[in-house]
Design a protein around this ligand. Structure first.
Ligand SMILES: [Zn+2]
Length: 414
């Protein structure tokens, strides 16, 4: 499985110069491409473009220069494909000039030195980019681009998946707002608190509302307006990163626990039901919500696969309303699910148990119901510590390696 690692690099003159050169080359490629089309009615191929404009281009490694032509060709092809499919919405071919463009390195320009410094070559006569590399494996491809605030390095690296899971238990997971996740296996049940996430989400909403109302009072397009827009994007992206970091930590911990408890199959409800359970407020809120929970499920899925587990999705319909003991349906009130048949259980754990049950194809619970009731009497809450340390090199914990060293890096850059 390939994972993406990101590393924040701050801003340096060298990276500025490289991005500038890549932008120059993009502009040359785009200009001449359309000039040929206009004057000769001829579409240059990617190979021709590389031969004519990338070969011998000064300031970039020869393969980095070729990669610019690759990117131009990619966006040209995707434009063609969309046009073919009759999708004209927002359809523009790549014709714009660019001041800056991302710089890409392929394997022959990348070397991990013995002292743990990654050396990115920029062709003869130019200084290489040197980066303290937080891992022992040499990446095959790297790109450095602007993330809106600073330069960001992205690379894909290969992680070996476990061939076999640790056991064969089946766990149902219910994703929700009060508890980010409620888990039910055949003999255990526990929850992952969603409190940290809720407080970050509140902070996100407050920040957005506060800055939006300020922005509304400024003249659109004015200097102050622009400055506020910039401030808003910056503050929101910071909170967004914090949320992402939190989701990474919570999902890593959850999957580790499942692995330790010998779970082989993870059953997740699809998130259609989450809409009913969460009060959205506005449209934008809804988009953010979908992003947060979608992201969490995506993380659970790939981290489970890394541990050799199988991931299944089932429809969430009625999973929060069905009594696991007698099978009758009614909406729960409050945090506990109480049924007229005498069953009482934690509401989110009931959801997780029903999701698991649904996967097993036992929509009508029978003899197993007693066990369900017994295990559900006291779900153990798994407490989450927000400043829990995660090993940045442990594959599954992708971006936190960058986060921990960010401050150091900033100090070095200054
Ligand atoms: Zn019942």
């Amino acid at each position: 499985m390939y994972l993406t690692r990101k590393l924040k690099l701050g801003r340096t003159d060298q990276l500025d110069a490289l991005a500038r050169r890549a932008g120059d080359l993009w502009s040359t490629v785009a200009t001449w491409h359309w000039r040929f089309v206009r004057r000769q009615g001829y579409w240059l191929s990617k190979g021709q473009t590389q031969k004519m404009y990338c070969k011998g281009f000064n300031g970039l490694h020869s393969q980095s220069a070729q990669a610019v032509a690759d990117s131009f060709d990619d966006s040209l092809q995707s434009w063609r494909k969309k046009r073919k499919n009759g999708n004209y919405e927002g359809l523009r071919p790549p014709y714009k000039q660019k001041r800056y463009f991302k710089v890409q390195w392929k394997s022959s320009a990348i070397r991990l030195q013995d002292d743990g410094v990654l050396r990115l070559s920029n062709g003869r006569g130019n200084d290489p980019v040197l980066i303290d590399w937080p891992s022992k494996t040499e990446p095959k491809r790297i790109e450095i681009g602007w993330d809106g605030d600073q330069y960001e390095l992205r690379c894909q690296y290969k992680v070996e998946e476990d061939k076999e899971p640790n056991g064969s238990k089946i766990a149902g997971i219910d994703i929700g707002e009060i508890h980010l996740a409620a888990v039910y296996t055949e003999d255990e049940a526990w929850t992952v608190s969603g409190r940290e996430l809720r407080s970050l989400r509140r902070q996100q909403n407050r920040t957005k509302a506060r800055l939006d109302s300020k922005i509304d009072r400024k003249v659109r397009g004015s200097r102050r307006w622009k400055r506020l827009i910039h401030a808003k994007n910056r503050q929101l992206s910071k909170i967004r990163n914090q949320i992402k970091d939190l989701l990474h930590k919570q999902s890593t911990r959850l999957i580790k626990t499942l692995h330790e408890r010998r779970v082989g199959t993870v059953v997740v409800g699809d998130l259609t039901g989450i809409r009913e359970r969460i009060d959205y407020g506005s449209k934008t809120n809804q988009r953010l919500h979908q992003w947060v929970y979608g992201e969490f499920v995506r993380m659970i899925e790939y981290k489970a696969r890394l541990h050799g587990m199988t991931v299944e999705r089932v429809g969430e319909a009625y999973t929060s309303q069905t009594c696991p003991s007698c099978g009758s349906r009614h909406k729960p009130h409050g945090r506990d699910y109480i049924c007229s048949c005498g069953f009482e259980g934690h509401r989110d754990i009931v959801g997780a148990a029903n999701i698991r049950q649904k996967y097993l194809g036992q929509d009508e619970p029978t003899g197993s119901s007693l066990r369900v009731a017994g295990a559900m009497a006291s779900p153990a809450g798994v407490r989450y510590r927000p400043h829990m340390w995660c090993n940045p090199l442990s594959g599954s914990q992708t971006p936190s390696g960058a986060a921990t060293s960010k401050r150091e890096r900033a100090a070095q850059a200054a």
